[in-house]
Design a protein around this ligand. Structure first.
Ligand code: FE
Ligand code: ZN
Length: 484
């Protein structure tokens, strides 16, 4: 560090130059004398004017310029260090509690058996706190009493008046008969979910009194945070339908360049729930709807857009069915050669992934199974995706129906079970928007940045693009950028 700088007059300046073997013009000496740190400037002038005998104004001015450049450079280096420190601290604040990792799946018969055993095992555990189930094989020894069974729904047969549920556990299968109001509940079963039934034995069947879902405790509390979290999904970079101008408006808001910056400046995290790019060959004739036909270039484009977001916000990206990872869920995070395209403040996780952001537990899941749920349960629709998401929490499973529209990779452990109840369940995929609380859990389905595609027109899906959910304090804000 330089101490207090002494100011000197032009004569002293001329003397100092003479000592170093240089003559100096009076104008040049005057400039040097008025400089805040003349000694520093004299040294710089001598350094860059090695071959001249008389120092003139131009020499001094170019020395000042080179000094300024050096100061700016060191300031920049300082701010780079600060940014890096900030980023490292932010990375420490984010904990990935559960992720897919490099799960290798072969899909053999044994894999399927192990997979469903894991599902049954994990979800039975949740029931054990409430009921004591009898293994199905042992039911023959129970007489006329009330029984509880826990199993996977194998089949649902609608007999109009009643519904027969075939339930299977590790020891056997049994038919359970649901009448009246219970039949309505039974009609909403997707198949392959784990439920409990209590009832009385009637010959080889159970006459059901109650159908229980693993569900979440009723007394769950909403989580409040003192920082802002932005939820978005289905950006579909590379699609002709990508709403670039609207996205730019969103980024301007994030970067506090609009008059709504009160909320924006509190944003610390952005979570992206999949379909980062539009992908290639996802559905027939998709190439007609692509602005960028190369998948790598789609990600380059995505990375460029994320790079425009202010870098003190940490971005967490989870993939979807349009992304360059295997289709079957759980999906690993984007491969290294793609992840490296993104700026430093972007972290890639799998689908699903359970995150801990300074104590806020966010379960991010793209939401492919929502197609199955909306198709199967007639009271649900795409306009209120959060209602369909409730069904996932009820079943404590992210993709209950096996062999529907959502392919599952059968691993030894069923990673799609919701073991731990999150504070937020965040999905996308359906391109509509909706938020609500279910038993203390915030459900968010966070819209899209793609206009309606030809394919969506055919299946009559009306997207609600450019909606953003923000959690801050006790509030969930809905921001709409479709005005651009
Ligand atoms: Fe999508
Ligand atoms: Zn999707």
């Amino acid at each position: 560090m330089r101490g207090v700088v002494k100011s000197i007059d032009a004569v002293t300046v001329a003397k100092k130059f003479l000592v170093r073997g240089y003559n100096v013009s009076p104008e040049a000496a005057k400039i040097v004398a008025s400089f805040p740190d003349p000694e520093l400037l004299i040294a710089e002038v001598c350094k860059i004017s090695r071959n001249s005998f008389i120092i003139c104004e131009e020499d001094v001015i170019s020395a000042i310029r080179s000094l300024e450049l050096r100061i700016k450079g060191s300031q920049r280096a300082e701010s780079e260090v600060k940014k890096k420190e900030h980023h490292e601290k932010a990375q420490e604040r984010i904990r990935v509690l559960r992720d897919v990792g490099n799960l290798v799946v072969e899909g053999s018969v044994e894999d399927f058996v192990a997979y469903f055993n894991s599902r049954l095992e994990k979800l039975s555990k949740i029931f054990r706190a409430r009921i004591q189930p009898t293994p199905i094989r042992n039911l023959g020894r129970v007489r006329g009493e009330v029984v509880n069974v826990v199993g996977i729904v194998n089949n649902v047969l609608d007999k109009k008046e009643s519904v027969i549920i075939e339930l299977e556990d590790q020891t056997g299968t049994i038919n359970c008969i649901a009448n009246g109001k219970l039949a309505e509940t039974a009609r909403e079963l997707l198949g392959d979910e784990v439920i409990a039934i209590s009832g009385t034995l009637r010959g080889n069947s159970i006459l059901a009194d109650r159908i229980l879902f693993p569900d979440c405790p009723i007394n769950g509390n909403k989580k409040h945070v003192d920082f802002g979290v932005v939820f978005i999904s289905d950006t579909h970079f590379g699609s002709k339908g990508f709403l670039e101008e609207k996205w730019e408006a969103f980024v301007r808001w994030l970067n506090c360049e609009t008059d709504m910056s009160d909320l924006a400046e509190k944003i610390r995290y952005i979570i992206v729930a999949g379909d980062i790019v539009d992908g290639v060959g996802v559905y027939p004739e998709q190439e007609n709807e692509l602005a960028i036909v190369d998948i790598y270039e789609q990600y380059e484009n995505a990375a460029m857009h994320f790079d425009e977001i202010r870098d003190d916000i940490e971005v967490i990206i989870s993939p979807g069915n349009h992304d360059a990872v295997r289709q079957a869920e759980p999906q690993p995070s984007l491969p290294k050669e793609i992840a490296k395209l993104f700026p430093k403040n972007v972290r890639n996780v799998g689908n699903p992934a359970l995150l801990d952001l300074e104590g806020l537990k966010v379960l991010v899941y793209h939401g492919r199974s929502l197609d199955d749920i909306v198709t199967k349960i007639s009271r649900l629709n795409y306009e209120s995706p959060q209602k369909a998401m409730e069904e996932l929490l009820k079943r404590r499973h992210l993709s209950p129906l096996y062999g529907g529209r959502s392919p599952i990779a059968p691993a030894k452990e069923d990673l799609l079970v919701i073991d731990e109840i999150p504070d937020v369940l965040h999905s996308g995929h359906v391109h509509t928007y909706g938020t609500s609380y279910y038993r203390g859990v915030l459900l968010v389905n966070s819209s899209t940045w793609q206009a309606q595609t030809e394919f969506q027109k055919k299946i009559n899906l009306n997207p609600m693009p450019c909606n953003v959910a923000v959690l801050l304090g006790e509030n969930v804000y809905r921001l709409n950028f479709s005005g651009g």
